[in-house]
Design a binder for this molecule. Structure first.
Ligand code: PNS
Length: 156
């Protein structure tokens, strides 16, 4: 049996915390699709194609990881692709409530199960929003994001 999962997120931008989950999940699955989806609650800083290109560049070393994008309901994309499993990262208890709601909604709407992975403690305070804020005010984000993202946020 081949096990494929989707790792959905808005990745605005992808961080080392995302990458850590991707690497650890991919090492335990046959195939992982990183799906750049729209979060209706957030206005993105980076346009969709740019987020996608940064994910592709940052995951290029992982042979069983693919990158895709979708603008709609996650469960519809999963059902079209025949994927029944989503992977999500949990940083802290504060993530749990909304992730639980999304997992239960996705299970109800489309029979998509969610597996949660805890982030490594070193990334527990990391978020795309904080990275954007630090970068906006000229701070160094190179410890927190893949090199391609650091270059983009530094304006190179
Ligand atoms: O990285 P984020 O912003 O926390 O990711 C949230 C995301 C994109 C995974 C979530 O908003 C999502 O699944 N969006 C697709 C639309 C959808 O299916 N919404 C219902 C989720 S229960």
């Amino acid at each position: 049996m081949t096990i494929t999962a989707v790792y959905p997120g808005s990745f605005d931008p992808i961080t080392n915390g995302h990458l850590d989950i991707i690497e650890r999940a991919a090492a335990r699955l046959d195939r992982l699709v990183v799906l750049c989806s729209r979060n209706p609650g957030k206005e993105p800083m980076l346009a969709h194609p740019e987020r996608l290109a940064l994910i592709e560049e940052s995951t290029g070393h992982l042979a069983n990881v693919e990158v895709a994008s979708f603008d709609g309901l996650l469960v519809e994309w999963c059902n079209d692709q025949g994927i029944r499993l989503a992977v999500k990262g949990l940083r802290a208890v504060s993530d749990f409530e909304s992730e639980l709601q999304m997992a239960q909604m996705n299970a109800h709407l489309g029979g998509v199960e969610t597996l949660f992975m805890t982030t490594r403690p070193v990334y527990s305070y990391l978020s795309s929003s904080l990275v954007k804020e630090v970068a906006h005010f000229g701070g160094d984000v190179s410890d927190f994001v893949p090199p391609a993202v650091a270059r983009r946020l530094a304006g190179h």
